[in-house]
Design a protein around this ligand. Sequence first.
Ligand SMILES: Cc1cc2nc3c(=O)[nH]c(=O)nc-3n(C[C@H](O)[C@H](O)[C@H](O)COP(=O)(O)OP(=O)(O)OC[C@H]3O[C@@H](n4cnc5c(N)ncnc54)[C@H](O)[C@@H]3O)c2cc1C
Length: 365
Amino acid sequence: MHPDVVVVGAGIIGAACAQALSARGLDVVVIDRCGPASGTSAAGEGNVLVSDKEPGPELELAVASRALWPSLAEDCELARSVEWEEKGGLVVATTPDAAEPLRAFAAKQRAAGIDACELTVSEALTHEPHLNPEITAAVHYLQDAQLNPVKATRALLRGIKVINADVSTTDGRSVTTSTGVISCGAVVNATGPWARHFGVNVLPRRGVVLVTTPIPGTIRHKVYDADYVGAVASGDADLQTSGVVESTQAGTVLIGSSRQRKGFDDTIESKVLKALARKAVALFPMLTDVPVMRAYGGFRPYAPDHLPIIGPDPRTPGLWHATGHEGAGVGLAPATGRLLAELLTGATPHVDPRPFRVDRPEVMV
Ligand SMILES: Cc1cc2nc3c(=O)[nH]c(=O)nc-3n(C[C@H](O)[C@H](O)[C@H](O)COP(=O)(O)OP(=O)(O)OC[C@H]3O[C@@H](n4cnc5c(N)ncnc54)[C@H](O)[C@@H]3O)c2cc1C
């Protein structure tokens, strides 16, 4: 076996890279020590968001990705099977002081081409009848969407060879795995929160989600407190929580979000669960009476400057990275895969690759 490219990591990012490379005619093999969607990609909520991103390179990547997801899903006849839903997002302010910053943030995004419609409180309640009427402002983001990240990862990998093995080292032209050495033309490090092992500064940022029993049709959009945007942008290692609520096609309600940097400690702490539940009930008081079925957690691949890392490693010819997407890897996967494939094959990139390059001082380790 001598594939053109070995992709290490079969999460949503590795799968999107493999799909894009293979669509360009390259022979691709994906290697994962635990199998497809066994890492962070199984622990997310599956939102494809533009609403939470400041104008700048990440928003540009998100817009490009949002445009690609439906066609990618349609091309592979996957739209239904990956639970693709153009449900829209509703961002709300929950205090008088938070109303003006939310409106100002939405105005900046509108100037960058995002569909962000300011709603009155009564309009917001028409969109979401169970929303707390004490909210102080609301913005409706029509582009926000959702899918099932595990199904999407598996769908992207359809027809691509996936090997179960642990990769210990790479020199860019081969990988040493627990089952032997594979030589290849290039290697893509798509190992998410474990990417540091291959030389880039990615750290795990813990997140926990509560799942309720099904209440189909009750919550229609992704709804979140505007303070979520600040929590995402913060680099603080301490626990941060904000109210984030949405339902799945099965009718269960996913409640987040928490952020904490404490290595790969996977303890589920009651203080985190309590904070999430309290904030969800503040958004939707009716959730008080809805039982929680389970909780799970994952590790977001966090880059200290909050930008994904996509491109060649200048220190090791043949080694490429596609990682560091933190809490947005599901949304950013198609454009990441496409950009990586464009760079690797010498095609013109569809977004400016420079902000994501590997030789940023914060990224090289
Ligand atoms: C609670 C939570 C909620 C989230 N919600 C959303 C959301 O709504 N929308 C969104 O866009 N993003 C969300 N995210 C973030 C998103 O899940 C991640 O950005 C994305 O899954 C990262 O994908 P990845 O492929 O880079 O990493 P992973 O999915 O972790 O894949 C990496 C893979 O590499 C493999 N691997 C690692 N090291 C090796 C090795 N040495 N050899 C072989 N294999 C190896 C692992 O087994 C793993 O399968 C959320 C994350 C969390 C934790």
